[in-house]
Structure formats: C-alpha cells, structure tokens
Design a protein around this ligand. Structure first.
Ligand code: PLP
Length: 379
C-alpha cells in the first residue's frame, strides 16, 4: 500500500493565490514593494480590526522588530512563555537581552498569569528594575488568558507583545488575538493556518510604531537622494510575490479556520467518552482557530515507554506525520542559564501530548483512520 504521506499541516493553496502572483509577474512587481504588499497589509489590518500592519519576511523578524521598538537593550530582561517554539524567544537573544521564562496554566496551556506576576515581582526584587517586555504566546491557536495578562502588563507598565504566530483569526470575546497587546505578530510560514510560503507581520494600534518597523525592515534608510543611515537596519520586508499568495490565503482564512475546527471535532467525536485521550476545550468566550489538534494521553507511559512516542512511531510507519508538543524553552540546552518560573505544567504537556495531522485539505475518513490507528496503540 503506497498511500500519500499525511502531513501535520501542509500548505493549502487555491486559484486566487495564483492570480495575484500572476499579476505581480505581469506588472513586473517582483520585489519587496508593490500593490500586493500594500493591499495585503491593508487587508490583514482590516481582518484583525487593528489600525496598522507591516508585512515582514517572518514572524521571528516581527518579534525582533517589536523588541527593538519596545526599547529592549543589552542586558535587559524580557519575559516569555516557556511553552513555545524557539522563534518566540530567539529574538531576545539577538538583542543580547536575557529571556525569563514563565510556565503555563492548564486551562489554555499558555502563560500562567499568577506565575507571570510572581516573576515580575521577583525580577524587580532581584535586579532592581522590571523586565522590559512580555512576550505572551497563543499556542496551537488557543488564546492565552490575555485579558488578565494585559491588565498585569498595564499595572506594571511593561510593553506586551502577543505572539499570535499560530493564532491568526482566534479571538477572545470577539476581539482578535494580536490586538490586545502593544504589538501583535503573525507568521505565514508554510505550516501555519495560512501561508505566504514564508513571511510574517507586525500589527499595532499606533501608526508611528508600524512606520518605524517598516523603516527598520528596509535597512533604516533616511530621507535623502543617496543612501543615508543614522541607525542599523534589517532586510525584513515581505516580497510582493509572497504578499500575492497571502492575499489569496486571507480571502479563505475563515473557511480554513472552520475546517480546522471541524477536524478537531472529528477527532474529538471519535474519542468521545474515551478517557485515555484528552482534548483542550475552549473556555467561555474563547474562540480557538484550532491550528493543530492536540491530544494528551492519560497514561503517559505504556510498558515503560512514552505513549506519545509509541503512537508517533506507529503513525510514522503508516506514513502519517505527528509531532510531540513543543519542548518548553526552560528545558532547552541553549536556554539552560535563563531564569525560569516553573510549575511543571508545560513539562507534563511535553511528556504526554501529541499534535495530530490537521491540514485543511483532509477529509473525515482520513481523520477516522488516524484515530483508529491511535486507538490500536493505546489499548
Ligand atoms: C512559527 C512560529 C513563530 C515564528 O514564525 P516564523 O514565521 O517561522 O519566523 C514564532 N512563534 C510561534 C509560536 C510560532 O509557531
């Protein structure tokens, strides 16, 4: 049997994307400037109901620029969710600042607000000054307790950056993620809910911040007929070709979210009443985009082996891609010296959890087949 490989979250591209890309070629806007880029920024800002947006080469670049705009200096501290992908916190290291990791709560798997406040107080006591910024991540498209986190950031007057790389289109009380903080960032990497092949964006309510981000993203070129520079810049702009893909993807984003949510429901329905496989329900007022369906195995181990590894390896034999949940940053060798405020939640999620194939071109019969294969391993 040579079935095609089932990927975790492959790109899902339609006709409109091709049309916008074709227009870019036809008009020779093959550069990091042009009508698709301008329109993509406008459409993305409108979708999220926020004033300003800069389209960039990656989500990581967007976080980097947000940290620069937040005034992060060498030797400053920046708080970041520990349970995340390294793209969230690598930019802290680019700034030669120190990441301070905060663990998760079990309701949303995202940053624990109580632990965040404890961390802020402790950093102020130990360092004599407060952290310069907070990067809160909305993992797998599930909103963090963003209203509580925002009120803590405001109380201590610390800049809040929302890493909504995985959470485009997710909402709390009808407000889009990425629009609660001082800055929001999105990613359009190939595996995200929509893609530009590679890309990202920075959004903010303040125009001057987004203008500054665009300036820094184009090598910080001052107003002059020649090339004049008074500060260090970056080459972080999205190309007009990529933005064409983005425009086509944005047009079907709500459909894609509906399908991801449907896929989650299909898995959940299959395992319904099966206490060996646990899901992450939405708290009241929360709307997740269900970028990836994630499950926790109630028995972390079977015969001394990690259940999620047994399942992952069996699925891999059947040419089905799955992946452990993110390994927390406070457990990563590269960040072993960073201060961390830990409660065991993310470590246990990493031990018990698996991301299941969630691509939007997938039909219910494939989901059922995957669920059956999982069942055979855990019984
Ligand atoms: C994908 C991702 C990023 C980085 O985005 P890139 O566009 O790949 O640079 C950052 N944070 C999280 C949580 C992500 O999943």
């Amino acid at each position: 049997m040579n079935l095609p490989r089932v990927y975790l979250s492959p790109p899902h591209i339609g006709q409109l994307e091709r049309q916008y890309v074709q227009e870019a070629f036809d008009q020779n806007w093959v550069s990091p400037v042009g009508p698709n880029l301008t329109a993509f920024e406008k459409e993305l800002a409108e979708y999220n109901n926020i004033g300003f947006c800069a389209a960039l080469s990656s989500g990581t670049a967007a976080i980097h620029l947000a940290l620069i705009l937040a005034g992060v200096d060498r030797d400053d501290e920046v708080i970041c969710s520990s349970f995340t992908f390294s793209g969230s916190c690598n930019p802290i290291a680019y700034m030669q600042a120190t990441p301070v990791f905060v663990d998760s709560e079990s309701l949303t798997w995202n940053m624990d607000p109580d632990l965040l406040e404890e961390a802020i107080k402790d950093r102020i006591q130990k360092k004599g000054r407060k952290p310069k910024a907070i990067i809160v991540v909305h993992l797998y498209g599930m909103p963090a307790q963003i209203e509580r986190i925002k009120s803590i950031a405001q109380r201590y007057e610390i800049i809040l950056i929302e890493d909504a790389a995985e959470a485009l289109g997710a909402k709390v009380n009808d407000q889009h993620l990425g629009t609660f903080g001082d800055f929001g960032i999105y990613s359009f990497n190939g595996n995200k809910i929509i893609t530009t092949s590679g890309g990202g964006a920075l959004v903010a309510h303040q125009q001057n911040w987004v203008d500054k981000a665009r300036f820094l993203a184009t090598q910080a070129r001052d107003q002059a007929p020649h090339y004049e520079h008074t500060q260090i810049g970056y080459n972080y702009r999205l190309s007009n070709i990529s933005a064409g893909i983005g425009r086509g993807q944005l047009a079907v984003l709500n459909e894609r979210i509906a399908k991801r949510r449907q896929i989650y429901e299909w898995y959940r329905k299959y395992f319904n009443a099966n206490s060996k496989v646990q899901f992450l329900p939405e708290p009241n007022g929360y709307f997740a985009n269900r970028w990836l369906t994630t499950v926790l195995f109630a028995n972390p181990e079977i015969q001394g082996e990690l259940t999620r590894e047994k399942v992952r390896i069996q699925l891999e034999k059947d040419n089905i891609e799955s992946r452990p949940l993110w390994k927390p940053m406070h457990l990563q060798p590269v960040f072993k010296n960073a201060p961390a405020y830990v409660n065991g939640v993310s470590e246990s999620l990493f031990k018990c959890g698996l991301c299941l194939p969630s691509g939007t071109a997938m039909d219910e019969d494939i989901v059922l087949k995957i669920a059956e294969k999982i069942t055979r391993v855990i019984y």
